[in-house]
Write a protein that binds this ligand. Sequence first.
Ligand code: PGA
Length: 249
Amino acid sequence: MRTKIVAGNWKMNLHVQEARDLFEGLIKNVPSSSDRKVIIAPPSIYLSEFSLNNKNSSVALAAQNCSEHENGAFTGEISASMLHELGVLYCIVGHSERRQYQKESNLQLKNKVNCLLLNNVAPIYCCGESLEERENGEAFNVVQRQISEALFHLSDSKILNVVIAYEPIWAIGTGITASAEQAQEMHTFIRANLITKYGEEIGSKISILYGGSCKPDNAKELFSKDDIDGGLIGGASLQLDSFMGIILS
Ligand code: PGA
């Protein structure tokens, strides 16, 4: 049985009072009996405060990024061990916006994954192709490279702590969603790669989330697909109603 997850990536949005209100709203409204694990990734400046106010809550905290180094002279960076100390359980790694704007490579992301796992923080590792890559028939090769270069050095026990998020770049923030069939096709492909590398038992235990314009009105169909184990939600996670709509869908 795979863990079902709905994770909200707030990106660089919400000022402090808006962020507090949304966080409190989620703590009040997410049912403790939810069979979906609910995660939020606020801007890292809020993690410390949120972690103090998050005892016994059914909302887990994630960071949006971390350093690829353990510690040291890296101005502006946050280490995996700092996240762990705050009780942050997850960290998004390799979001397409960071791959694009910060030019993060699969090798750097591999190092981030290693730092996180060493510190008991679970990576939510993002992969996904651009529109051009999809139109050129390269989508499957691109995704295969992204997952094999950053994850496939991991041991059996380590890979089980990784969550994968498939986020076709052409669907992120565009309002265009991959059809449930398109998403399922890629998720099946990712799962087949995991099974080839790690065997059926391990490969079938790893949660694969879909991200890219997932909303309350399409979440149910997407999440009903066999290999879609939940979502990584951007825009629709910024409002209580829409995020709750997805969590409860
Ligand atoms: P979106 O973003 O839901 O706004 O498309 C998804 C993401 O970038 O995680």
